[in-house]
Every structure is written in C-alpha cells, then in structure tokens.
Design a protein around this ligand. Structure first.
Ligand SMILES: [Zn+2]
Ligand SMILES: [Zn+2]
Length: 152
C-alpha cells in the first residue's frame, strides 16, 4: 500500500522549534550524518545533481531553518536541483507533488512512523511541509509529551 493512500494530516510546526533526527531514503538508508553539524545538529546528507555536476548537499535539519551546506559543487540561487540517496542512489524527488510557491519539483524524506518531510528543490525557495501518517495516535502522543523531538 502506498503511503499516499493512508490518511495524512499536515502539521503547522512553529519554526526552529524542532529538528529532524532521523530521515530515510525510500530504501531505508539513514540520511542524517553525525559528522556534519548545522547549528549544532547533525545534518541530512544527500547527493545533489545539477546540470551534469555532482556533489553533496547537507540539509539544515532544523525545521524552518535553511542554512544548508554545499560540498564539491557550487549551485546558483534559483537552480532546480535533484537529490539522491548517497548510499543507494535512489531519487528523492516526490513523484506526485510540486511546489505550491514556484512549481518546481519537491524532494521527500521519510521520517520514522510513516511521516514525511517535503521541500522545494529550487535553491532559495523556502517551501516545505511535514506530514504525519496515522495521525491520531501521533497527535495524542504530541499532546502527552508536548514535544515532537521524541519521534523525529
Ligand atoms: Zn538509499
Ligand atoms: Zn519552490
């Protein structure tokens, strides 16, 4: 069953109040890299391709913060990028949705417990959102714990 067939809700998360600690490619590889920190948090590492060039891209794991790092590649503002898993090379582009602001493709990262984070692949565009699946249970936990840190 595809994730899209399940009930999803979108969560309004206050910016910079939480960060992603676990993010996975569709094949289950952990993308969070402890060796690179952004604002003291382990960054999300992906392979990036743009106009035939390849490098690595470290995504700021703090939700609502965009201090991403480029490695081995220089990307102009406004460039539409492609992200891949550094481990298995699978594409991280969302096949179903595009950016609501600039209509570029989105990347999608899987979170524990069937949640996802989506973001715009255009450099400089700040569109992103988080979706949680099986929401009822998770929202219940949210209010219990008053924090989302415990399951991201
Ligand atoms: Zn992978
Ligand atoms: Zn966009």
């Amino acid at each position: 069953m595809s994730e899209k067939e399940k009930i999803q809700i979108e969560v309004e998360v206050p910016v910079k109040k939480l960060h992603v600690e676990h993010a996975f490619c569709p094949n289950g590889h952990q993308l969070v890299d402890d060796s690179v920190k952004i604002h003291g948090k382990s960054a999300i590492k992906v392979k990036v391709k743009y106009q035939g060039q390849e490098g690595f891209f470290y995504i700021d794991p703090t939700y609502g913060s965009y201090d991403n790092i480029e490695e081995g590649i220089s990307l102009p503002k406004g460039a539409v990028l492609e992200f891949f898993c550094p481990e298995c090379g699978v594409s991280l582009t969302d096949k179903d949705e595009t950016c609501q602001i600039c209509s570029a493709p989105l990347f999608v990262l899987e979170l524990p417990k069937n949640g996802i984070v989506e973001g715009c692949l255009r450099k400089g565009c700040v569109f992103h959102k988080m979706k949680l699946v099986d929401a009822e249970q998770q929202i219940a936990r949210l209010f219990e714990n008053d924090t989302m840190e415990s399951y991201l």
